[in-house]
Design a protein around this ligand. Structure first.
Ligand SMILES: [Zn+2]
Length: 495
């Protein structure tokens, strides 16, 4: 009974908001956006809900939205529009977090003068603004974009907003905005105590500011509070090839000196990025998240997994929770399985794997490696750049095997062309398996998976909410009714 009532409340709330809308629209037609409005005395969170509903219905600023800019709101959806920001600065004295929903923004540093005094978080991406709750669900026909959206949403929902000490802007996520490193220098100069500055040009800005002095006098470098290092070593800038690489080879050595508190590192490299550039990351104190993406048009990159392995060996046993590797060669899943036993999120996309496999060296036959804390697993075979796509069978045992005594903690599994050997699949998806927390399971291009495997494992996936099976040879729309019966109440998509 109680749960029925709880589930009804949001709907009632939605009806109330729907009823309010025409009234607000009528009111806004004649109102002055700078003057006091009818919602000014309403509790901030109610106004925020109204604004969220407006955004989810049609993410475009209309004059009605000015009514939502009240002195009590703490969170707002704003467009990249200086007129709106000026009004927000005057009226929204309690505004802490803003999500800028305009896309393809050309970032101008004049925005810094228009920020409301209490603002701590300026987010042009969404991952900061939505922390602690799921992202709005879009519609994706394409398997990959849908899987990436799920993965992102499930991560954001788990993210916790850090304690903000003091007043002032602490976090900026610039998403895909067009930003020059000169602009970022202005940001860093204005906000020397900023904690997060998310953009691939960020390390370039730090290098331009401090590189020369640091090289002549290493001890003279200042330190920042920044918790992230985002670095782009590639020649590709906004989809265009540049003649020189964006970053000098010693960029990460400098970044680690300037940002000793960094715990999140995102790297972009290309086929000509030299081996040695990533080694300085082992000098960090702590690392929670490592992302390395190679952008290549087919040439085999110089930098490969063996360059990253020392970083995993250092931080895997102590702090690494998220690892994302895209289009990297020579990936050895044994190194991940052996070192990163606290890993909660693993993404391997378009990577090539070490051949011959190092199973004998790691003796995984006698004692399989395990990632016991793993919650999200994303594997995509991806495009055809890599030399060897096949993972050793032990990888699937280390990430997906479970039983009643050792329950899997997986919450989301996304697999594209995994090529799991049939005998491993039978073990992993046996009737004895236990996936009590798995809520999203999405598979594409798996020729090995059959309805019988799903039947075997269906009872062990009691929390499953969404099951997608795309382009799987043995599973088609014809199996829909049968699979629906195996997973009652689960949203099912077969195509
Ligand atoms: Zn092995």
């Amino acid at each position: 009974m109680a749960s029925t009532q709880i589930s009804r409340i949001p709907r009632l709330q939605d009806h109330c908001m729907d009823a309010l809308y025409p009234l607000l629209e009528k009111y806004s037609a004649n109102s002055n956006s700078r003057a006091a409005g009818p919602l000014d005395n309403l509790a901030g969170d109610l106004t925020e809900m109204l604004m969220e509903r407006a955004y989810l219905t049609a993410p475009a600023w209309t004059t009605m939205w000015y009514l939502f800019l009240t002195p009590k709101i703490k969170r707002a959806y704003l467009p990249w529009d200086t007129k709106v920001w000026r009004i927000a600065k005057n009226k929204c004295r309690n505004l802490r977090e803003v999500f800028v929903f305009t896309r393809n923004v050309k970032f101008k540093t004049m925005i810094l003068d228009l920020l409301p005094g209490m603002l701590t978080t300026l987010d042009l991406h969404g991952d900061l603004f939505y922390r602690g709750r799921p992202l709005p669900r879009g519609t994706h026909n394409n398997w990959l974009t849908e899987a990436e959206a799920w993965l992102r949403s499930m991560k954001v929902e788990k993210d916790i907003k850090p304690e903000m000490s003091g007043v002032g802007l602490s976090e900026i996520h610039l998403g895909d905005a067009q930003v020059s490193s000169e602009d970022l220098i202005v940001v860093l100069t204005h906000l020397p105590h900023i904690k997060l500055l998310r953009h691939y040009q960020m390390t370039r800005a730090l290098c331009s500011m401090h590189g020369q002095t640091w090289r002549s006098s290493p001890s003279s470098a200042p330190t920042y509070e920044l918790t992230n290092i985002d670095a782009d070593f590639s020649h590709v800038v906004r989809c265009r090839m540049e003649p020189t690489a964006v970053l000098p080879g010693d960029a990460l050595r400098l970044a680690v000196t300037l940002c000793p508190k960094a715990t999140s590192v995102r790297l972009r490299v290309d086929s000509s990025t030299p081996h040695h550039v990533v080694a300085p990351l082992t000098a960090l104190k702590n690392l929670h998240e490592l992302t390395a993406v190679c952008v290549t048009s087919g040439e085999r990159p110089l930098l490969d997994f063996s360059d990253l392995a020392p970083i995993l060996e250092k931080f895997g046993p102590q702090s690494l929770r998220t690892l994302e590797l895209k289009v990297l060669e020579e990936v050895d899943p044994h190194v991940i399985g052996k070192s990163c036993n606290k890993l909660e999120r693993l993404t391997l996309s378009g990577c090539g794997f070490k051949t011959p496999s190092t199973c004998a060296q790691f003796r995984c036959k006698n004692q399989p490696l395990r990632l016991p804390a793993l919650k999200l697993l994303f594997y995509a075979d991806g495009d055809d750049f890599s030399w060897d796509h096949s993972l050793p069978p032990c990888f699937w045992r280390s990430t997906m095997s479970s039983n009643v005594r050792m329950k899997s903690l997986l919450e989301g599994v996304f697999l594209e062309s995994p090529r799991i050997p049939v005998e491993v699949l039978q073990d992993v998806f046996s009737p004895k398996a236990a996936f009590p927390f798995l809520s999203i399971f999405s598979v594409c291009r798996s020729s090995e998976l059959t309805p019988d495997h799903l039947q075997d494992v269906s009872k062990s996936m009691s929390s499953l909410k969404y099951l997608r099976l795309s382009k799987c040879d043995n599973i088609g729309v014809r199996n829909g009714v049968k699979i629906k019966r195996m997973f009652p109440g689960v949203e099912l998509k077969i195509n």
